[in-house]
Design a protein around this ligand. Structure first.
Ligand code: ADP
Length: 277
């Protein structure tokens, strides 16, 4: 482990992530246990979204990134871009992802560093990370290079996660995510019922829908097991730092988004304004 730390600390990947992240942190918020009230004129939050596959990290992180004016950076998207390219790692990544396993910390840090550097050169500042960190090692590296202000941990029952992954569809042209599943789960052990309407595509996307190759039942179950083993300890890592905000998703986006904004001390009217920009 220590050798690994030295390797990452001395690797060019970490130096580049350090450069990118530290410059993004130039006007950072101080870490605090409860969500900061965001000053609309000085938005460059550094937030992380955690949660199991299918929980909706991308859905909520992308909406908040519009509201907060920071990039939404999903390492899963970076992996898929690389996998679909004709680059040297493409085959290797395809095999790992289709087994529901995690890509090595080193590859992920490299992909993330490149993404942060290209954003920095375009004047991006702050971020919402989605799908990173996913191992304690990644969390430690991130911790070494910058301050994360807040970590939002999204939660849903396992059966809902599986149904949502199996219902997920992506428009092969515009890249938007949709979901054809209707979720209607009776709450057990005092938990509330959960109902979610499908998120159907507009007609111009409907004929172009594709399914992610790793969204089959067996691979989703494998990804959930990997999450429990490798990523749940990341929740504890941030819980100990007092940065973890737990949010149990109560239903579909119309019901859940206002509640999430409230939990984050964000103003829904501001959200509506920026959503129309
Ligand atoms: P999900 O959260 O639905 O499982 P993602 O789109 O975030 O899916 O990630 C897809 C795949 O990309 C993961 O199963 C894993 O193989 C790889 N991946 C994404 N982020 C990371 C990461 N931080 N560390 C290692 N592997 C990752």
């Amino acid at each position: 482990m220590a050798a690994m730390t030295r390797l990452f600390r001395s690797s060019s990947a970490v130096f580049s992530i350090r450069r990118s992240l530290s410059s993004a942190a130039a006007t950072e918020f101080k870490p605090q246990p409860s969500p900061p009230r965001v000053d609309p004129k000085a938005r460059n939050v550094q937030w992380v979204f955690l949660g199991c596959p299918g929980v909706g990290k991308g859905t909520y992180a992308s909406r908040l990134s519009v509201l907060l004016g920071v990039p939404h950076i999903a390492t899963g998207d970076l992996v898929r871009e690389e996998l679909n390219s004709s680059g040297p790692m493409s085959k290797q990544l395809e095999e790992i992802v289709n087994q529901g396993k995690l890509v090595s910390d080193e590859i992920i840090i490299n992909l993330l560093s490149k993404r942060l550097e290209s954003g920095e050169s375009k004047g991006e500042s702050g971020f919402i990370l989605d799908g990173f960190p996913r191992t304690v090692r990644q969390a430690e590296i991130l911790n070494d290079v910058t301050d994360i202000d807040l970590v939002v941990n999204l939660k849903l029952p396992e059966q809902v996660l599986i149904d949502k992954c199996l219902g997920r569809r992506i428009c092969s042209q515009c890249g938007k995510n949709f979901n054809v599943a209707t979720i209607d789960v009776k709450g057990e052990n005092g938990n509330p019922d959960i109902y979610m309407d499908p998120l159907l595509p507009p007609p111009h996307c409907a004929s172009k829908l594709i399914t992610r190759s790793d969204d089959t039942e067996s691979i989703v179950k494998q990804r959930l097991a990997v999450y429990t083993e490798k990523s749940q300890p990341v929740e504890d890592f941030y819980r100990r730092q007092g940065k973890l905000l737990e949010f149990v998703i109560p239903g579909g986006i119309p019901e859940s988004l206002p509640k999430l904004l409230e939990a984050l001390n964000l103003d829904e009217n501001e959200e509506k304004q920026s959503a129309t920009v």
